[in-house]
Design a protein around this ligand. Structure first.
Ligand SMILES: [Zn+2]
Length: 55
């Protein structure tokens, strides 16, 4: 189990969790990346197209 960092919904994740794995929050639909497995930590994936580019 993990909490969505965006809407704090409880997400039921499987046992076979790997760092770098991505999944969608069933509540708000945000894309989440597994950044840590013990303890489980999720981070929302930001659309790369919205990143600001340096000159
Ligand atoms: Zn969510």
């Amino acid at each position: 189990m993990a909490l969505c960092p965006e809407c704090e919904a409880i997400i039921d994740i499987g046992d076979e969790l790997e760092e770098g794995q991505t999944l969608d929050c069933p509540e708000c639909g945000v894309e989440l990346e597994v950044v840590n497995t013990n303890p489980v930590e999720l981070d929302s994936v930001v659309d790369e197209e919205e990143e600001e580019e340096a000159l």
